[in-house]
Design a protein around this ligand. Sequence first.
Ligand SMILES: [Zn+2]
Length: 197
Amino acid sequence: MMAADKAEQAVNVEQWQAINERDGHFDGQFYYADRNTQLYCKPSCPTQIPKFNHVCIFSSVEAAEAHGYSPCRKCRPNGKAVTDLEWAGQAERFIHSHYPNPLSVNRIAEACHGPSSELQQIFIRIYGVSLLDYLDRVRMDQARYLLIHSRLFIKQIAELVGMPAAADFSRKFKEKEGVAPTEYRKRARKLDTDQHS
Ligand SMILES: [Zn+2]
């Protein structure tokens, strides 16, 4: 196997057209991956077509997977069904890489190439929390980290964790942590000072 066969390639005009026409004649000739969703598909996949600048091409399933892409549940590019566990994992990965953006259940399901009610159900079964509760958890983990390790204002932290309305962020933080963000930071600093004095 030549090294080039394993490489990530830029999409050419013919491939881009095949993807847009969902042309099944090209199935097996190449696979396309979406850097945004981290999934890869067959050219004929009926799901939403990624943005042009997010697309890259692989000549084999192995190459796409070697680059960290997961198979799309809808078009099953590697010929195997995506298990519930794998699918929930795709949603988890999407949440971790996109929590700074506005996200909804529909948006997450769209990125995971499947129906939102089904994804929600499976996610809850596997992770024990809903997609949005999980998203909150990831955002609050990051917020706690930034409160302790940065000097950023609360408003800036709220934006960085995907909750641009600072009041909503503070309310949510208090709901989850039992204290307001400023108080949390104050206590963490005091603890730190006490330990070092
Ligand atoms: Zn697909």
